[in-house]
Design a protein around this ligand. Structure first.
Ligand code: GLA
Length: 424
């Protein structure tokens, strides 16, 4: 099937962090209009100037975690090259604690899973040059039924600081009528009062539009329900559905403009290496990089295939994710299962990702001169009729010509071509 991308000019509305800072919004739970306060973001500790990168237990192990397994994972984190590729956080998700608090009301690391306690495990993580993350929930119980932080926020934050925690993922189960913004602000303040610098990762699944108010409260905020290792089919579990990579991508279309340093939209963790095809995994990873998403690998690092490793440690793709501007890509073209996403990069460079969402191969014929990109902030003005860019393919790692010539390629089903564009 041949698709000719016809002539159009796209006016994008990419907003810088400073513009976001002036936005006012009504929260979904009816709270008073709030500003994404410029001062709030400025006051943040600059803990995440680029999207945090790490590994999290949940996608592969759920609550079946313990110290021997995780020590092996820490070792593999280093030996597999993940640490050298830029990943830093090692995050325990749900299931690390005992079902009851102790007599002082403190959370307790499950003594069967962590016989030496959590501080000892955190020390092991730190000794490898990594940072340590942990999980809890704003409600009375976590999603898997362990004790939640409601009513214990300051006590729990102090305990995390004593463990040496560097990152807290904070979930939204069993929260009844809690006000999301207030609950997350309480924990954010508790973390700040703990005396330790702790990255705060909000996880209320986008229910209360956190992109409008969570800048300055935390460094990253989930904006969707849970991901699953499926390219374009959600998995129905009765009361809830786990979301495919494509459904999560579609939820990013209008909110990318709120992204920026120290306040990142989080489209959930990576499923690379967890069952999708090589092309699907590459597409998933590329798109998360285009979105400036936090990159939390969720596969078993001890037995990664060379393909999985080549995706997760592709430094050229990671450099697009970690670009200093921190601007999420905009979908600038969409027709017949083909999409084009564009992301401004520092030094007047640009990343462009062609995506074939269908299962069948498609021929792309893209005349750059017919696709001027403008945006109101002046962050991305690519008039290919005026300026010529060199094209570099991030996956084949080859220069493939310039924007003077039509871009012609056949894209396999469920695949991408991701390019870095550098002005001549
Ligand atoms: C929720 C979160 C997941 C994971 C589980 C743990 O579903 O969205 O990412 O943390 O809880 O129970």
């Amino acid at each position: 099937m041949k698709i000719n991308l016809y002539k159009h000019v796209i006016i994008t509305t990419l907003l810088s962090a400073s513009t976001c800072a002036n936005l006012f919004a009504q929260t979904a739970d009816g709270a008073a209009p709030v500003a994404i306060a410029k001062e709030q973001i400025a006051k943040a500790n600059n803990l995440a100037p680029t999207p945090p990168m790490g590994w999290n237990t949940w996608n592969t192990f759920q609550t079946k975690i313990d110290e021997p397994l995780l020590k092996g994972m820490v070792d593999a984190y280093v030996s597999s090259g993940m640490r050298d590729a830029g990943y830093r956080y090692f995050v325990l998700d749900d299931g690390w604690m005992s079902m009851e608090r102790d007599k002082n009301g403190d959370l307790v690391a499950d003594p069967k899973k962590f016989p030496k306690g959590m501080k000892a495990f955190a020390d092991y993580v730190h000794a490898k040059g990594l940072k340590f993350g942990i999980y809890n929930c704003a409600g009375s119980k976590t999603c898997a039924g362990y004790p939640g932080s409601r009513g214990h926020e300051y006590q729990d934050a102090r305990l995390y600081a004593s463990f040496g925690v560097d990152f807290l993922k904070y979930d939204w189960c069993n929260t009844d009528s809690l006000n999301a913004r207030e609950a997350y602000i309480t924990m954010s303040q508790a973390l700040k009062a703990s005396g330790r610098q702790i990255v705060f990762s909000l996880c209320e699944w986008g229910n209360h539009q956190p992109w409008l108010w969570a800048g300055g409260v935390g460094e990253l905020y989930r904006n969707t329900g849970d991901i699953t290792a499926s390219f374009d089919k959600n998995k129905n579990y009765g009361s809830w559905s786990a979301l495919s990579v494509m459904s999560i991508l579609d939820k990013q279309v209008n909110i990318g403009k709120y992204n920026g340093p120290n306040h990142w939209n989080d489209p959930d963790m990576l499923e690379v290496g967890n069952g999708m095809s090589f092309n699907e995994d590459k597409a998933h990873f590329s798109l998360w990089c285009m979105l400036s998403a936090p990159l939390a690998a969720g596969n078993d690092l001890r037995n990664m295939s060379p393909q999985t490793q080549s995706i997760l440690t592709n430094k050229e793709a990671i450099a697009i994710d970690q670009d200093a501007l921190g601007i999420a890509a905009t979908r600038i073209y969409q027709a017949d299962s083909l999409e084009v996403w564009a992301k401004p990069l520092a030094n007047n460079q640009l990343a462009v990702c062609f995506l074939n969402r269908s299962t069948v191969a498609k021929d792309v014929a893209y005349k750059w001169q017919e696709h001027t990109i403008n945006n109101e902030e002046g962050k991305l003005n690519a008039d290919f009729a005026q300026a010529v860019y060199k094209l570099h393919d991030v996956w084949t790692k080859k220069d493939i010509g310039t924007t003077k010539k039509e871009f012609k390629q056949t894209l396999a089903g469920h695949s991408v071509v991701m390019l870095r564009l550098v002005k001549f």
